[in-house]
Design a protein around this ligand. Sequence first.
Ligand code: FES
Length: 282
Amino acid sequence: MNVTQFTAPAQPAFEADESLTGLALSSQFVAGGLLLSVALPPGVVRTRLAGRYFLAHCGDPSPWGRAHDWTFPLRRPLFVAVWRPATDEDGERWLLTTPAIADPGVGWLAARPPATPINLIGPLGNGFTLPPRARQLAVVSTPGRVAALLPLLHAMLDSGGRVAILLQDEGVIDPALRDLLPFAAEVQQAAPGAGWQMQLRAVVGWADVVAAALPGAALSDLLEAVRVVRLRVERDFAQALVDARLACGYGACHACLTQLGNGRWTRACVHGPVFDLAELGK
Ligand code: FES
């Protein structure tokens, strides 16, 4: 395939088609998930960032490339992990993350040299919310997914609340991940099985709000734990970031169809990807 050289400006910028040019600064894999540091122009929306996502074009970021470079036909989702204000002319620093998956598009993003322009759309979707009354947040996740919940952890700690993190994992936690998690948050882990279910019930009983980013089977465990501990799955107690194939971000392609607890299907890109657990449970 013939692809032109990159022609996008080497500065973070808003584009005429409402996309963004970001500059990839560095990347690393932590607990299997990609963390991509990107400079974006000041003024990108920053409300409810936990669970919201950008869609990255994995190819030539120029207008010509976005129309003709189909090396990776679908954009790849990158969730917001950390935002930092601009400290120089290179723009705001965003740390974006995607779960541990074997995906050539993610590999392409990870291999970008420093200062490579990347075309992004976003932030998109509905993120996690913290009820005003909430003081004790339980985060239940896996090591490769939990970075997408970092904005919520910090929001709770910044408001004077407490955070407990339960990770479904059998091994030693990646030290780089431990460095990412707030020191003030209590971190526990449990392997799938009886120990995991017991610890789930414990954190659900402790929390007044729960945020989850889990694969399907573990999400079912969370639903069961909430039913056992609280007798029913009430709205505004727990929210979950679902695993969905986020491709277009605008409700057009149906790649992200997600089944709700009432049997109906919805598009996670526009109605999620964060859902109230009460919507997901039967
Ligand atoms: S990603 Fe295309 S409809 Fe949701």
